[in-house]
Design a binder for this molecule. Structure first.
Ligand SMILES: Cc1cc2nc3c(=O)[nH]c(=O)nc-3n(C[C@H](O)[C@H](O)[C@H](O)COP(=O)(O)OP(=O)(O)OC[C@H]3O[C@@H](n4cnc5c(N)ncnc54)[C@H](O)[C@@H]3O)c2cc1C
Length: 440
């Protein structure tokens, strides 16, 4: 099998590939139904290919709006689409809810929690994962923001901490409950800090009016000299000023040394007492095996350098020389190229190289404030905010999601209220101190 593929690879590099001997119909297995994997599956819908899409979640997540779920602005269902619903009109695409455990390229199979799947062509699109292992304690005590359940967990944590702050007589514990620390001043950290500040100011402060608002603290920790790396300097300065105006304590050139259950410890010796640390500082490739490692190196056609039977795209893959940023737009564009190349490969036609078309970068800071840069055009404030909302509503899948999102945004815009401030699980039972002392 290996020799056969080596021959095909050589043929691809030299001249249009001769017809490969695929099964009939050829079996394409796609790992991950994120922006990249789902795009491939949808582009291969209603073709003569047998497509299997495997994901450990039954929904696709629109990650750019996770911070709005964490801060009660949107309901989880507005940014999570059931995969089966998305594939209703794709009879040749079978969805499997399973965890991918390993891939075996020499024998062309994938091991999953639902069994083994043979493939003719494999598409690896398992995305990225938060890099929590670099700092002691982060894996155990910090919250990540990558999935809908992460966003819901952050939302619950903040509400629980505010409830706890009302019940405790210990001022240090109360301060820990009322402090939220966000590590990472990239787009995710900045957007989350802005949304969290607004949630606290316009909603939580009213609901928890017995608390002393002066004690509530929101901290953003960033290791670099400026927020939003990759943005133009005037946009970075605007973002910093705006967050500070919202009451966020921004620490630049600050590194986290350790995270403990009650504090975040900085390398300069400062300890910030908090029960809520949210980690947005860096992600790494999420390989479809138990291994960790760098992004999978790919050829311009998005085939693995080591195995042209396998395509890799999205956050998990990267060209060695010039890896593209981990963005939804890159993943979706790559999905289109991979779907086209798979069809060409099956037909024996030469494959096309991927060409990235940058659509710029944007970050929302709060109501009426965002930063946008598209080529040499840049904008801040209201215009940028309208652009951010417009682009994101268009990118959402399905009219129903777009309509509901607009409705929720409209409600929070008009009434400055958050629609989704509910704790879905009962509070863990904590024994009163008097009973513990009596040994009961
Ligand atoms: C909070 C946040 C905000 C962001 N904001 C923006 C933004 O504003 N603009 C932008 O362009 N990008 C943004 N991004 C980045 C963007 O979301 C990613 O670049 C994009 O999701 C990458 O797509 P992907 O298909 O490679 O991976 P993903 O979308 O992450 O999909 C990977 C899929 O693989 C599945 N999977 C992973 N491992 C396994 C396994 N072992 N078994 C089975 N299934 C598995 C996962 O469940 C997931 O469905 C943001 C990301 C985050 C986390």
């Amino acid at each position: 099998m290996k020799t056969r593929w080596r021959r095909i690879r050589l043929a691809q590099q030299v001249k249009p590939q001769a017809h490969a001997q695929f099964h009939k119909p050829p079996r394409i297995v796609i790992l991950g139904a994120g922006f990249a994997g789902l795009e491939v599956a949808l582009r291969l819908a209603n073709t003569a290919l047998d497509v299997v899409l495997i994901d450990r979640q039954n929904h696709h997540t629109f990650q750019p709006m996770l911070h709005q779920v964490a801060t009660a602005e949107l309901e989880p269902s507005q940014i999570a689409y059931p995969i089966r619903w998305t594939l209703r009109r794709a009879p040749n695409v079978q969805f499997v809810l399973a965890d991918v455990i390993d891939t075996q390229s020499t024998q062309s199979w994938v091991e999953t929690s639902a069994g083994r799947f043979l493939y003719d062509i494999l598409v690896v699109a398992t995305g990225s994962k938060p890099r929590l292992s670099l700092v002691p304690g982060a894996e155990h005590y910090a919250f990540a923001l990558k999935t809908v359940s992460d966003a819901v967990a952050i939302h619950h944590q903040v509400l629980r901490c505010f409830e706890r702050a009302l019940q405790t007589a210990d001022p240090d514990q109360r301060q820990g409950c009322l402090t939220v620390a966000i590590a990472g001043g990239g787009t995710t950290g900045v957007e989350l800090a802005g949304a969290m500040a607004e949630w606290i100011q316009h909603s939580l402060v009213k609901d928890y009016s017995q608390l002393n608002c002066q004690q509530i603290r929101l901290v953003l920790l960033h290791s670099g000299p400026a927020l939003l790396p990759g943005f133009k300097p005037h946009l970075q300065r605007y973002a910093l000023r705006h967050l500070q105006k919202l009451g966020v304590d921004v620490y630049l050139e600050t590194r986290v040394r350790e995270v403990s259950p009650t504090a975040v410890h900085l390398t300069d010796g400062t300890d910030i007492f908090t029960q809520t640390v949210i980690w947005t500082a860096g992600v790494e490739a999420n390989l479809p095996s138990r291994d960790t490692g760098p992004r999978l190196p790919v050829l311009p056609t998005l085939q693995l350098e080591s195995d042209p039977q396998v395509y890799a795209l999205g956050d998990v893959a990267g060209d060695r020389q010039s890896p593209l940023p981990m963005l939804a737009s890159v993943a979706a564009q790559q999905g289109r190229t991979v779907a086209r190349n798979i069809q060409r490969q099956v037909r024996g036609q030469p494959l096309l190289p991927f060409k990235h078309q940058s659509i710029g970068a944007m970050a929302i800071l709060s109501r009426h404030a965002a930063v946008v840069q598209i080529g040499c055009f840049s904008a801040t404030g209201f215009v940028a905010w309208v652009l951010w909302l417009g682009v994101h509503v268009v990118l959402l899948r399905g009219l129903r999601h777009r309509f509901l999102t607009l409705l929720h945004w409209g409600l929070s815009y008009c009434f400055r209220e958050r629609v989704s401030q509910v704790l879905w699980q009962p509070a863990p039972v904590e024994k009163p101190v008097s009973l513990i002392k009596q040994g009961r």
